[in-house]
Structure formats: structure tokens, C-alpha cells
Design a protein. Structure first.
Length: 155
């Protein structure tokens, strides 16, 4: 990271950014050009390990790409506001962001799919939900096992 003064390194601060962001952009490999998709997400953070959960249709380009190569990069950002100046070069932007990489898996186990969906819905709505077997069968749940991630903020 070039701007070390903007690095977010404290666990509590990183978790606050995760909690504040609601959309995560996931970049996948196509062999020719990256393919990036904005997705709502949920997360779990246990014993220093971050796991992101997403939901998807049962088939499509994203699923095909992940089956071919599960390695992804992700980015999320929030707390946006313009910094105003009298001079054009004095303008800036406040933000908080997280960037990382890991391996995305298609979750097969019904219980783990329910756990992932529960994490996603709790993060997006602040509420708890239960899911019927039909609900679970109707979607693909993706689990991103994060290998590396960093935070950055300009506040």
C-alpha cells in the first residue's frame, strides 16, 4: 500500500468497515479479461479468519468461471463523501475500503448454505431468518475463504 498513513490495521476498525459496507465487488478470471460483479454479502469472522458469503443463481457466467478457477479478488468501499476545496487539485474523497483475495467455493451442504444465507441476511438487514429446504435449493451459496485482506481509509 503506497499510502501507509491510510492503512487500517486494527481488527476492530477492519470489522467496522466490513459491517458498514453492503456491496462487495468480486473479480474472477476469464482467461482473457477479468470479470467483476457487484454482490451483496454477509460475513463471519472467527479466530482471525474472514469468510464472506454470497448468493447467486444456480447457473450463469459467474458460476461457470468459479468452477474453472476459484481464485478471486474482492473490493468493498463505504463512508463516501467529497472533500471540497477552492482549487481543483485540493478536492479529494473520504472513504473506507477493504481489498483482498481468496478462493470462492460453491457450497453444496444444505446446512452450510443455510448458515451462509443467514449471515448474508443478518448483515444486509440486521434480522434473523430461517430458510426452507426449497429456499436453499433455489439458490447457489458461494463461500469466499479469504486468504489475505487489507483496509484503507481516508476520513
Amino acid at each position: 500500500m503506497r499510502r501507509k498513513d491510510r492503512a487500517v490495521t486494527q481488527e476492530a476498525d477492519l470489522l467496522q468497515i466490513l459491517q458498514s459496507c453492503k456491496v462487495c465487488r468480486v473479480a474472477m478470471n476469464t482467461g482473457a479479461y477479468p470479470y467483476i460483479v457487484p454482490m451483496n454479502f454477509g460475513f463471519s469472522y472467527e479466530s482471525g479468519t474472514l469468510t464472506l458469503f454470497f448468493h447467486s443463481a444456480l447457473e450463469g457466467r459467474k458460476i461457470d468461471l468459479l468452477r474453472a478457477d476459484p481464485r478471486v479478488c474482492f473490493e468493498m468501499d463505504c463512508a463516501h463523501s467529497l472533500i471540497i476545496s477552492d482549487k481543483a487539485c485540493g478536492y479529494g474523497y473520504r472513504f473506507q475500503s477493504i481489498i483482498g483475495e481468496g478462493d470462492m467455493e460453491i457450497v453444496a451442504d444444505a446446512e452450510e448454505k443455510m448458515r451462509g444465507l443467514a449471515c448474508l441476511m443478518a448483515h444486509q438487514t440486521g434480522r434473523s431468518f430461517t430458510f426452507s429446504p426449497e429456499d436453499v435449493a433455489a439458490v447457489t451459496v458461494l463461500r469466499l475463504r479469504v486468504r489475505q485482506w487489507t483496509g484503507k481509509a481516508h476520513v
